[in-house]
Design a protein around this ligand. Structure first.
Ligand SMILES: [Zn+2]
Ligand SMILES: [Zn+2]
Length: 430
């Protein structure tokens, strides 16, 4: 009945962990009819898994603990659910706290409430025995569950130094990460100490996301990075997989690139405080090796590459953010200056040489709006023998201090031409 450790499978379509029943993968009992056949995929190959806390059913499990194979005497249909989960267990932060402080009664109480189990004496005794055994036989240490789809949290520019410090401390600690990310943790931690910090403003993030969709895959190489070590955060997730930050470090054979999700958003106090102290804000979701000729890259790496390119071609301006009050206080106390955060934002003026003015200059725009752009392989250097990718677009039209119109932003982010009736009078190619 049990899945061998390290061979967990989840359904590719609904991202739910699968159980094995009579040698066949099946959806768990809380999903009796999801409307499709299970599509088993190894969990190790998935970035998001809709796993639940094995103790209370909470949808945001944080830690995996291992017990070795526990043989549980089959009981009611409810305890069958727990029995099928094998030797590794997923715990939300509150349940982990109960396990760590050896509070099996609390754990049982939460399970009965969370899983909606009928609290008859037989079931309570059975669950209680299971929780006692589990606490007694758990193995040392814990592994961060990096596939939990936490609700995204907004990252501010001034928070980046603190976020970097916590992430580095977590990587230096003893809590495990899933392999193969665990193999890179020292390298990433050392790199964070040297990293330049970048925060991308919302408008520039949208432009980079849009530009990434048309970036030729073979153009995404390690050479685009503006520095050897960096940590870059977007104000909102840039992929469907909730990726909101990326770090990179130059290695002899290319760059090690790590993508991150925000973690813990929505947890009540004091659990959120504990989580911020123990882990911080970012959980690594995947590590990639980016060489000079990478062909298949993570969608977030493509957005990062577009961001790097737009920075290099100076479509963006980079300004230093004033450090947060806490960072200033730390700097005063320790005598070390607060690290600068580079905010990357849309340049106030459209870059010369890449503008198609048409009759736009005659129009009076009260808002700025996106128009579609494209990458061009532009010659440069002695005799114009070399080529570099340049994003060609009057990508933002309108006064530089005007607000950016959401509706036209949406239109420009589609790959199809806008419908003839949509927004008449705001043509992108007048
Ligand atoms: Zn499914
Ligand atoms: Zn729980």
């Amino acid at each position: 009945m049990n899945t061998p450790p390290g061979h967990d499978m989840a359904c590719r379509q609904c991202l739910t962990p699968l159980n094995i029943l009579n040698g066949t993968y099946c959806h768990p009992s809380h999903l009796p009819d999801p409307g499709h056949q299970p599509q088993p995929t190894p969990v190790s190959a998935m970035e998001i898994v809709n796993r639940r806390c094995d103790f209370c059913g909470d949808p945001f499990p944080l830690w995996q603990l291992d017990t070795g194979d526990l043989t549980v005497i089959a009981g009611t249909a409810d305890t069958q659910l727990l029995q099928n989960l094998g030797s590794s267990w997923a715990a939300c932060h509150p349940c982990w706290t109960d396990i760590d402080t050896t509070s099996p009664a609390q754990l049982t109480h939460k399970a009965i409430r969370g899983l909606g189990i009928t609290a008859d004496p037989h079931t309570v005794a059975h669950l209680s025995a299971l929780h006692h055994t589990l606490i007694e036989h758990r193995r040392p240490g814990r592994t961060l569950i990096t596939t939990t789809p936490w609700p995204p949290a907004a990252i501010g520019a001034a928070d980046l130094p603190k976020i970097r410090t916590r992430l580095a401390a977590f990587l230096a600690g003893t809590d495990r990460l899933p392999a193969p990310m665990d193999a890179h943790r020292q390298q990433i931690q050392a790199s964070l100490a040297r990293a330049h910090l970048y925060w991308i403003d919302p408008a520039f993030t949208e432009l980079a996301q849009h530009a990434a969709t048309s970036l030729p895959p073979d153009a995404i190489t390690a050479e685009l990075a503006p520095c050897d070590d960096g940590l870059l955060a977007w104000p909102h997730p840039v992929t469907a997989r909730h990726i909101t930050a990326i770090s990179w470090t130059r290695q002899p054979s290319g760059h090690t690139v790590t993508v991150y999700r925000t973690i813990g958003n929505g947890l009540p106090d004091p659990h959120i405080q504990h989580l911020r102290q123990q882990i911080g804000w970012l959980a690594p979701a995947a590590t990639h090796h980016l060489t000079q000729s990478s062909t298949a890259v993570h969608p977030a790496v493509a957005v990062a590459a577009a961001t790097w390119l737009l920075i290099t071609q100076q479509a963006a301006e980079t300004v230093e953010a004033p450090p947060a009050k806490a960072a200033r206080n730390t700097a005063r106390r320790t005598g070390k200056p607060a690290p600068p955060v580079r905010i990357v934002r849309i340049k106030p003026a459209t870059p010369a040489g890449t503008i198609h003015t048409g009759d736009a200059g005659k129009r009076l725009y009260r808002n700025r709006f996106w128009v579609t752009g494209h990458w061009r392989n532009q010659p440069y250097g002695p005799g114009r023998t070399q080529r570099r990718l340049v994003y060609i677009s009057p990508f933002l039209r309108g006064p530089h201090d005007a607000p950016i119109t959401a509706t036209t932003t949406v239109r420009a982010l589609t790959t199809r031409p806008p419908a003839a009736t949509a927004n008449p009078g705001k043509d992108e190619n007048p």
